[in-house]
Design a protein around this ligand. Structure first.
Ligand code: SF4
Length: 118
């Protein structure tokens, strides 16, 4: 085999190896992230957190003090709030909230900052 043919074969192999790696990276990069909600791994917001307490945050919307927070309407919950970073159809679990940076809130929770998704 000639020296020139060896170099050509090595270049072709190097090109194919680079193309294969690039294709793999592209496939991994495009993988859908449907299985995870944004901020789901953040610490859970406590009802006793000072800001949460002042806004009446509860992990279960059925526990809202309706006398103190008359704006609450049955059916309102974090997963239907525009500040919730999870998916709108999320029935349970935790996701981030734009109001409580650094924490995740319960999809079934509620607070006085509730603002329905449009
Ligand atoms: S702002 Fe919305 S998502 Fe965040 S805790 Fe209050 S009701 Fe839930």
């Amino acid at each position: 085999m000639s020296e020139s043919k060896n170099r050509t074969d090595q270049s072709r192999r190097a090109f194919l190896a680079t193309a294969a790696v690039a294709a793999s990276v592209a496939v991994v990069g495009l993988r859908p992230r449907t299985a995870s909600a944004a901020g789901e791994n953040l610490p859970h917001l406590s009802e006793s957190d000072p800001l949460a307490k002042s806004l009446g945050y509860v992990m279960n919307a059925s526990k809202v003090d309706r006398k103190k927070f008359p704006t609450y309407k049955p059916g309102d919950r974090c997963s239907t709030c525009r500040f919730f970073l999870g998916t709108p159809d999320q029935k349970s679990g935790y996701a981030g909230c734009q109001i409580y940076a650094g924490y995740s809130v319960d999809a079934n929770g509620w607070c006085a900052s509730f603002n329905a998704r449009s």
